[in-house]
Ligand binder design. Sequence first.
Ligand code: HAM
Length: 434
Amino acid sequence: MSNRIQAVRGMNDVVPPASGLWQYVRDRTREVVAAYGYGEVLLPVVERTELFKRAVGEVTDVVEKEMYTFEDRSGESLALRPEGTAGCVRAGIEQGLLHNQQQRVWYFGPMFRHERPQAGRYRQFHQIGVEAYGMAGPDIDVEVIALGARLLRRLGFQKLRLELNSLGTPACRAAYRDALVAWLRQHETELDPDSQRRIERNPLRVLDSKVPETQAALADAPSILDHLDDASRAHFDGLQQGLSDLGIDYSLNPRLVRGLDYYSHGVFEWISSELGAQGTVCAGGRYDGLVEQLGGGAVPAVGFASGVERLVLLLQEQAVAASAAATAPQLYVCTLDEAAQRVARRECERLRDAQPQLRVLVHAGGGSLKSQMRRANASGARYALVLGSDEVAAGAVQVKSLRGEGGPELISWPELPSHLATRLAASPLMESQA
Ligand code: HAM
């Protein structure tokens, strides 16, 4: 019997080297959101349970089956956030950011859903989310999708499929719902039991069924795209035109309905065929009614969220190798004795002052030069700096390439920053990613 305490099922540790990929995702995200002028929001992980019931919807899997809900010590019902949009709207109203204003914000953080864990599906997972408020036209939908497309491209993904649908206004959806329920009742025997149960409670979710027989039976089901009113149709046409203008490919999927109740008009998902059943790496859409529903004004909104674990899995799958290098040290400093070690520590502090971007790992724990060089190679560093009594006496250090870029050179400490800057810039190899 082991007395070790293990992590909670479905909640993962992220440690090196995989955490390097996380940092890569985070860094690329920061660049891309900044390029579109989005500001970061940092929001609580815990909110009142009522928020998600009202925002996500009582009759959704997320709220009915997957929320981590608990009473705190004062008897209040709280929930670990299952998604970021509800809290973002709550905060936007509370902080006075949404009244007669336009806002573009983004967030990165953990979300919690009590789902059955499998590859790409966890109970604690992380989302990168982007939300835009106060803009009603399809131009902002296009911007949000273009931002997502750029992020995915920037991460190195080429083979993702963008699917698009429109859910129209609540009135269109209600009319469609009636038509769909009537059709589903007529075809009830062809559906799986889960889908049969959903006919009354949440018929649109039947369209989402993963059961192949049900999917086949749905081939002739009515399409929501035939139930859009003129304004919804115009909005959707504008969105498609905008995507075409930017050369963003998409396919229409009238069965794309999303699992959260707050959507209206355009909804979209980016799907990878390399992640099996959990292939959706990014998903979102417009949610014009939500701000009002949560007590704010009539503020139109659109956004998306991307699952970071899935992005990292895809990076590993597609061996986007350069990405890991962004966090590997560039220099590994080896020393032959204690005096050299003390000089190295002091000089490397100066080096970090001179070049704050440089990644310098100073060996600690002693050992032979051979074993230090072995560690230097394993670290992924590009250069080893080697320092013994001769170098200390000369006020210099040996710079050795670990990638076969010529023999060692003796460089004085004062010259080192510019020497390294030239060498690292001359052959950017991986530094272009950093
Ligand atoms: P969602 O489709 O529920 O939408 O989640 C967005 C993404 O989060 C999914 O496409 C997936 O990549 C990731 N994800 C969801 N559940 C899990 C899980 N259990 N394990 C790993 N990854 C997961 C939303 O959450 C909306 N708030 C998106 C949005 C923002 N719509 C408008 N603004």
